[in-house]
Design a protein around this ligand. Structure first.
Ligand SMILES: Nc1ncnc2c1ncn2[C@@H]1O[C@H](COP(=O)(O)OP(=O)(O)OP(=O)(O)O)[C@@H](O)[C@H]1O
Length: 282
């Protein structure tokens, strides 16, 4: 697979604070790439540099072999953005929001009508096309934000926490929409706190903390790097400890010596993250 994004030694500081620290990363064309990390890890800062909204203090970002800079109009047309904050015009209807976005990209006439119809149907928004967007549920608002981001049929879609505050049903619906985008060959980059979101969608996951990516692989490889089973138990000071095992026999043997209560379960991506950072993702 060809690379579509190349990040070379990128650093971003806010005053003296280093939010993204000398980061290198390659993202392959057509991949569904997940950036996972706790609050303050630097995910949004990294995304904002990738979309040309923030300038690194050092290092370079290349998208489709072009340097990403604020005024790179070609690249801006290749990317769609679903930001963390609500970016809808709340006093416009669903359809009017899409018309406005289309106008910003110079999409007019029949092409605009067809693209909007297709997105409304695809996102299950046709029945609410004339509803004010402020009257939509949180899940529908998120779907409309995704539709807005896709209005110009971009090659790359960036989503910053796309399902925060969205109920489980709508979250699954959004996942289906994103899976379809990937099937259409788009490259998708997603930041999330939700481990199961990254596990379910992403073919590659980067674990980020304190401005650095410290691990990047498929979800299965990330997990098998640690083992297959986890025992969670209280130590003598009533502090929860975690131990990881390759086989159930080894886990059972270890559990025989535990004096307090314990849980034996399948190893999760959360365990991988916790093992490396001593921090939970959420
Ligand atoms: N404009 C800013 N000025 C100063 N510090 C900032 C600014 N934006 C972000 N930060 C700090 O940089 C760090 C990284 O923030 P960022 O929003 O990139 O993290 P994140 O991983 O996206 O977190 P979250 O999951 O909470 O959105 C945090 O400590 C944050 O407080």
């Amino acid at each position: 697979m060809d690379q579509i994004i190349r990040i070379e030694n990128v650093t971003k500081k806010y005053g003296d604070f280093c939010a993204v620290d000398d980061l290198n990363l390659i993202i392959k064309k057509g991949s569904f790439f997940g950036l996972l990390g706790p609050n303050g890890a630097g995910k949004t800062t990294l995304i904002n540099m990738l979309i040309g909204l923030l300038k690194p203090v050092s290092g370079e970002i290349y998208i489709m072999d072009q340097k990403m800079e604020r005024n790179n109009v070609f690249l801006k047309r290749q990317i769609g953005i679903v930001p963390q904050y609500m970016n809808l015009d709340k006093d416009l209807t669903v359809k009017e929001n899409l018309i406005l976005s289309a106008k910003l990209f110079g999409i007019t006439g029949k092409q605009r009508e067809e693209q909007i119809e297709s997105l409304l149907n695809h996102m299950d928004l046709k029945k609410v096309e004339n509803r004010m967007s402020k009257k939509l549920s949180g899940g529908m608002q998120r779907k409309l934000m995704i539709a807005k981001a896709l209005i110009h049929d971009p090659e790359i879609l960036f989503l910053d926490e796309p399902t925060v505050g969205v109920d489980l049903n709508s979250r699954r619906k959004i996942w289906d929409i994103l899976k379809l985008m990937k099937d259409r060959g788009k490259t998708i980059i997603l930041t999330t706190h939700y481990i199961e979101e990254a596990e379910s969608l992403c073919d590659e996951i980067a674990l980020m903390d304190k401005g650095k990516i410290f691990y990047k692989d498929t979800s299965d490889n990330l997990k098998s790097s640690l083992g297959r089973y986890t025992i969670e138990y209280f130590d003598e000071n009533k502090v929860t400890r975690y131990r990881y095992f390759e086989t159930i026999d080894d886990a059972n043997k270890f559990s025989n010596d535990i004096k307090e209560s314990f849980i034996l379960r399948d190893l999760s991506l959360e365990d991988v993250f916790y093992n490396f950072t001593n921090r939970k993702v959420i």
